[in-house]
Design a protein around this ligand. Structure first.
Ligand code: AMP
Length: 223
């Protein structure tokens, strides 16, 4: 199964992709996670991307498409994948289309998680992540048992630089301007499925599972 997950920052793309990845046995490719790791490990890619990320702007298309093309070549992607955070511009979507066409592959679905700007601001400003295992918490709806400590691995929690209020506003603006047009792009290709993501993680996950199981290729594989 080849999927893309779209949605505002904080719409739950990361959490839902992780669940889909487990459920359907396909790798989650989070471009944001790849970039953050590159920054942390002092890689050249990280040096090039850091200033854009800190400002809440998009990293240039050329850098992103190169990164994704290389990742999709890997063996674990040959049976499917879920792209989380890519594409984010029409240009990236077109490059992905060309790549898939070259490989004789097609997208099964593009899920768009819909949630309001207000909900996103609330979610992101209260989001905390584990510096060791990347588990995420929300100080209001899903706080850790012990303040600042990850329940799962004991790692310390931190707030992403770009989850600060000024940067959140910029990221929302960037999304509406540069990423939102992908909705029409994929609607025209008849692969877009809208999911109401203003609910709890489990409810959203169950709606997504139903949607994915009804996709022609998945339904026919079950026989
Ligand atoms: P995310 O974790 O998906 O919210 O991504 C964090 C940041 O990484 C974004 O605000 C961008 O600066 C950068 N980024 C991630 N994916 C992309 C992409 N496909 N195109 C451009 N920039 C990206």
């Amino acid at each position: 199964m080849r999927l893309i997950i779209l949605g505002l920052p904080g719409s739950g793309k990361g959490s839902q992709s992780k669940l889909i990845s487990k459920q359907f046995g396909i790798p989650q490719i989070s471009t944001g996670d790849i970039l953050r790791r590159a920054v942390k490990e002092g890689m050249e890619l990280g040096d090039k991307a850091r200033s854009y990320m800190e400002r809440g702007q998009l990293v240039p298309d050329a850098l992103m498409t190169e990164l994704v093309i290389q990742r999709l070549e890997k063996e674990d992607c040959q049976q499917g994948f879920i792209l989380d955070g890519f594409p984010r511009t029409i240009n990236q979507a077109e490059t992905l289309d060309d790549l898939l066409k070259e490989k004789n592959m097609a997208l099964d679905s593009v899920l768009e998680l819909q949630v309001s700007d207000e909900a996103v601001i609330q979610r992101l400003s209260n989001r905390r992540l584990c510096s060791r295992c990347t588990a995420d918490y929300n100080l209001l709806s899903n706080p850790p048992k012990e303040r600042g400590i990850c329940d799962q691995c004991g790692g310390s929690l931190y707030q992403r630089e770009d989850d600060r209020e000024e940067t959140i506003a910029r990221r929302l603006q960037v999304y509406h301007l540069q990423t939102k047009p992908l909705e029409t792009y994929y609607k025209d290709k008849d692969v877009l499925r809208i999911v109401d993501a203003g609910k709890g993680v489990e409810e959203v996950s169950s709606e997504i599972s139903d949607t994915l199981r009804s996709l022609p290729r998945v339904a026919s594989a079950k026989g």
